[in-house]
Design a protein around this ligand. Structure first.
Ligand code: DP6
Length: 359
């Protein structure tokens, strides 16, 4: 039990409806492997996206039997409701009022449902935001003034709760560059929640970055992240990988400060390929990349060799390719045209989601 987030036992419940919106994020140093209670095996760092978001409305009926109904774009999702009910039961110690009423949760993603863009990060982020807002309203009378206004604490608690739903979700609570997992390289970092990367340590080139997601394969992936994380428990390379991710924070910190884009590219692409290498070295092995993923990677490498332009990629636990390039070089460059002409044909349905990390 994490003492600092134990819920205030003095609360007054009432019927309430709250709304929250939370963006998705894309990891640069990846979280892949975890221990009990959603503790990460290594620290990770991500960019929070600006456009790919989940908007959630949560309706709580006080004193009704505990039930959860969920709706995605107006359509009832029974399986998701079961998952959320289980999650709510798990976090009761932190929100002691949570089982004392019924929930109706309506969510909508701003990105296409079938896109394969992870909705669990933005989804659990938005749910956690709704929950801390309800808690704030239920305990407003009982709290001391300084506690009530402690935005830092509220965000931290939302990040903590989001983590218990889905690990990467805890990073979505903050804008820009966000770290989850304890590392000596980032002061205040924790395995329990995410923290924003210190602004004064970030070169301006990283403050306006494009992330165009090429939808190579739409629809369900063959192995879920949860199963993938679990396979790290028996992966003979896991310990070395966790150590490498920890070590990668040292160059990452230097790069973020200096703005050395060449080193950034090398590190970020290495992290993406290592994630997928871990999948291939799991038992049983699995491959989430598709032919299109590999074609795109090779074309990006050739394009960089020919033009010297900083277009590079990262990958999630899926086939889609996140195309990364700083906004400062893309305007008027051949990057957008290259993507349109050369890379888009490798997508299943010509799909690309154009997002940006700007804050
Ligand atoms: C490859 O956060 O989706 O995107 O904690 O089981 O919900 P659970 O897994 P999830 O894993 C994301 C893994 C990743 C890398 C990352 O975001 O760091």
């Amino acid at each position: 039990m994490t003492q600092m987030f134990i819920g205030n036992p003095h609360f007054t419940i009432k019927d309430i409806a709250v709304n929250a919106s939370c963006p998705s994020n894309i990891a640069l140093i990846k979280y892949w492997g975890k221990y009990a209670h959603q503790m990460p095996a290594n620290p990770s760092i991500s960019f929070t996206l600006n456009h790919c978001k989940t908007n959630t409305k949560m309706i709580f009926k006080a004193n009704a039997p505990f039930t959860v109904k969920t709706f995605l774009s107006g359509k009832e999702e029974v399986q998701f409701a079961e998952k959320i009910a289980k999650y709510f039961r798990n976090i009761e110690a932190y929100l002691p009022w949570i089982l004392k009423g019924s929930f109706e949760i309506h969510t909508e993603n701003t990105f296409p449902h079938s896109s394969g863009i992870a909705s669990s990060a933005s989804g659990f982020g938005a749910i956690a935001k709704c929950l801390v807002e309800i808690e704030r309203q239920f305990t407003a009378q009982e709290q001391k003034a300084e506690e009530k206004d402690d935005i830092d604490y509220t965000l931290k608690k939302a990040s903590f709760l989001a983590r218990l739903g889905s690990g990467s979700a805890c990073r979505s609570l903050y804008d820009g560059l966000v770290v989850w997992g304890k590392t000596p390289e980032v002061q205040g970092s924790s395995d329990l929640y995410a923290v924003p990367y210190p602004n004064e340590e970030i070169h301006p080139i990283f403050r306006d970055f494009n992330d165009w997601v090429l939808l190579i394969h739409e629809g369900q992936k063959s192995v879920s992240s949860t199963v993938g994380h679990g396979l790290m428990n028996t992966n003979p390379y896991a310990e070395r990988r966790f150590q490498e991710a920890r070590e990668n924070f040292v160059p990452m910190k230097e790069i973020l400060k200096s703005g050395d884009i060449e080193r950034f590219i090398t590190l970020v692409e290495h992290e993406a390929l290592t994630l997928h290498a871990m999948m291939m070295m799991s038992a049983p092995a699995f491959i989430l990349m598709k032919t299109g993923t590999l074609e795109v990677i090779n074309k990006i490498w050739n394009f960089r060799k020919e033009t010297g332009l900083p277009l590079f990629f990262t990958l999630d636990a899926g086939a889609n390719v996140h195309l990364l390039f700083p906004s400062s070089v893309s305007d008027g460059s051949s990057i957008p045209e290259f993507i349109e002409k050369e890379l888009l044909p490798h997508t299943q349905n010509g799909g690309v989601v154009k997002d940006v990390m700007k804050w």
